[in-house]
Each structure stands twice: as structure tokens, then as C-alpha cells.
Design a protein around this ligand. Sequence first.
Ligand code: ZN
Length: 552
Amino acid sequence: MSSPTTALHPYPTPPRSPPNALSDSSGDSPIRVVASSRSVGPNGLCATTIVISNATGKITATFDSVVPQSEFPQGTSYIDYSPHILLPGLVDAHVHLNEPGRTEWEGFYTGTQAAAFGGVTTVVDMPLNAIPPTTTVANLHEKIKAAQGQCWVDVGFYGGIIPGNAGELKALVSEGVRGFKGFLIDSGVAEFPAVSSTDIEKVFVELADEPTTVMFHAEMIPPIADSVGDDVQTSLPPLQPHGPLNAYATFLASRPPAFETYAIEEILSMAHLAPNLALHVVHLSAMEAIPLLRKARTQGINITAETCPHYLSLAAEKIALGDTRHKCCPPIRTQSNQDQLWDELRQHLLDGVIKTVVSDHSPCTPDLKRLPSHVPGHVPPAKGVEKALQLDDESGDFFSAWGGISSVGMGLPILWTEMTRRGLVSSDSAITDVVQWCCVNTAAQVGLEKQKGQLAVGFDADICVFDDSAEWVVEPSTMLFRNKCSPYQGKTMKGQVQATILRGQDVFVRNGPNDGFVGKDCVGQLLLEPRTKELKRVKSWFKRWIYDFGGD
Ligand SMILES: [Zn+2]
């Protein structure tokens, strides 16, 4: 299935924020100090004071109490955020920023601004949906060019695996990609075809001893299936739909759990070719895949998985007719599946297969969602586009709508809201679990475990200030990504980010001037330092950190 076209509308990147004096608040002092009665560090949730070097943006000291301002030299910038929680800035290891080439869907400026708004200080950009895709060194350079000076948070890049590009991969590792992603099923965009088992074999041999992570969109149509399925993102209806195309149940039935388990079995069958290579399943949805992965890990296969806030907070039974804002692949499954994903995350914190929770922010222009006019986010198609999109009165068709959910920067409140609903937040371990899934483990997944994801000496002073009791409603004004179309619109959230600090500098301050984006400029950096060969240590590091977090 070919991609829905490029550049349907001109969506110019907004102008840079005007200069604002607030970013100079540190004055001439060599340090900045932040503190709170509640902060998530290696010892769990406790009072902490954090000293930050203004020269390096790194944490230089921490104290296990709120040290009063009077203890620091006069003129030192000092904020006690109590009772808000200080946690490491989130590392979202799965976003699609789509620039260059589909900048009308998203862009570095808007996507990273939405990230900063939600306490995310690092995003890692997926190799597809931008044009060109990040499948060669030359293409990576184009992406870097597009990103420079446009990022509100730090940005890393994945490389893409497509048929025939195995020869590019080692060079991409040297250029600093944080990992690779390939598809086992049609990706929905023509320039990023799926790989066959022969391609995967070549990739495993090529990358066997490289310091990287190879990730897969693990859906595959089994040889004999009730459904003929559809392409991942947009598609024709199945040949024999089992119901109306605007009913979510019809779409869900077309992508059964067997698509995920079959794909994972395929990956595992080749894992012996690269025993040292870290393997990873992106956006796992079906619980049926967990036993397979658990067994593989007990056999020594180095494979992990991630899941997403939408699989943990939305349920198939509640998706209204035609509300294609909920379409993503693999699909959002039943309430029972959601409950089991939570059980896996919580009960298997030590030895579970789902190590990380990431947004999989995958936006498009609202017209490609084919939303019926009564669903928030609906926009009438642009002039002249009706024909190109073959729009007709079948809007709300889950099979022709683009698959992807917009939520970068919303992960923390979504998880907190759901954990509140489930009665989990009374325990101190609730917030430390979130930090494990969204900061510590995501940083490790992309080789940033010594720089990001912890409030500890030597780490970047990336800090999210979280008001865990605030309630707010998701509205277009709180969705800072380019296209205001998300299934969370209108939902009441528990927990709100009050400020986001990136390498010691305020990036976002709620109710601050300039809509809260108080800096003079985008200060996000591109994370292009190549990963180093510490695969064994990364693997054991997971365990070490989990033990640290688990307390005694
Ligand atoms: Zn994705």
C-alpha cells in the first residue's frame, strides 16, 4: 500500500520564541540549586537537594534533605519545589517527528515543544515517516540538518532497516544512531518496506557485535489467518471484513494477537545468529506475546519489549463508532488485555519482559484520520484533496484511516491517571516504577544510561517537576504537537508537569511568560555520540538498577 502523499498543506514551523530575560536567572553564579521534599533518586522517593553546574549542565552534588537556601552562596539560583515531585526528565525512546518530508504531520520544533511541556527531556526519533527515511548515512545527515536549532529537548535518532541496506548499518552506528528499527509487515509508507527473514539474517550477522539495539515492529500475517489483515498504517479494507468498517471491533479482529506472536517467533528463531546483540520489540500490545518472550529470556536471549500509554489506558470496548483517533498498530486491545499488561509491568519489575513505556507518538494531518464530523479533531479536507484521499461518506473507516496516536509529552499524566484509577498511587513505589519504565530503562535501551534518566551526580540535570495531585483537562491548547488530534482530548488527567529543566536550564515553566517556554532559544542538543561496546554491562546494568530501585 502506498503512502498517503506528502505536503498536502503548508504547515510552517512557528517562529522562534522571542528573547526573554527569565533564562538569565542563574546570573553569574557557577551553580544552580533545586530541591524538594519529594524527589526520585537511586534510593527511591525522598527529600533531595540537587546542585547543578551552570557550566556543564550536569548534577555535581545531591543531598538527602532539603538544604536551605542560606547554606549556598549569595546570588545562587535556588528553588524549593516542595511538595511537587522532582524526577528525571523522561526519555521517550519512540517518537515519529516526520521531518523533513512530512513536516505537515509533525516537526522537530513542535514535537519537542510538546515533549518539554510534558516533562520529557529526551526523545529518540524513529527512522520512518520522514522523507527520506533514516536508512543511509546520507539520509541521517539530512535529518540532522533539519533538526539543528529546532529542538526544545535533546534528540537522538534511530536508523532504519529495509531490504538491501545491511551495508549501511555499521556506518550508521559510527554516526551515532541509538539503535535500529525494521518492520515485519507493511509499514504504510512506500519508502520503508518490510524486511524478510533473509534480510534479518543479514542484519543480525552485520550487527552481531555492534553496540546497538535492533528493534522490530512485530506484527506479521501468519500463513493461514482468518483475516487477510491490512497494512500497518493505511490500507484497503480486508477482502472479507467481518463487520462494518467504522466499527472498532472489525478492525481489532483483523489484527489478532497471532500477528504479534508469529512475528516474535520469527525474530526469536534467528536470535542465535547474534547472541550478543540487544533485541527489542516495539509497542507490544498482545499479552499472548509475553510467555514467548519470557521463555526466550530465560534461555539467555537478550530481548526486551516496550509498551505504550494507549495500551495501558484505552480499551477496545470503549472506542466509539468511527473514532479513528484510536487507530494504531498493533491495535488497542480489550480491557482484559490492558489489565494483564499492568500486571506484567508491576509484578515483574525484576524479571519482566516489558522494560519500558514509550509514547509511539505517530501523528498525521487530521484529514488522514478520516474522522467523522462529530469527533473532536475532525477537519474538513483541504481543497483538492478529497479526490487524492478518495474521501467519501465512509468517513470513520478504520481501515483507510492512518494508524498512529499522538501523545508525546502526555505519557506521565496518562500513566499517573491510570495508576490513580487502579488505586496504585498511594505507595511510594508508584512514582519510582514510572521512573524505571520511562527514564532509567528507556535511557539504557538507547545507550544513554550514563548520561540520562537518573537524578545522580555526573548525569545531565534533566529534571521534571511534577504536581502529582493537579487535575486538568486535555484540550487543543494543551496539545503542543502540530496537529491537535488525539484520543485523549477531553479527558481529565491527574498529575501535571510544572516545569521542565534540560541540562540545568529552564525549558518550560507552567504559567511562565511566552506560554511557558521561557528560554531565549531552543537549547536541545542532538545526541550523536556513538554508543560504546558495553553490551554485557548494559544487560547486567538493567538488573543492578532494578535491584537498586527495589530497595533492599
Ligand atoms: Zn512507531
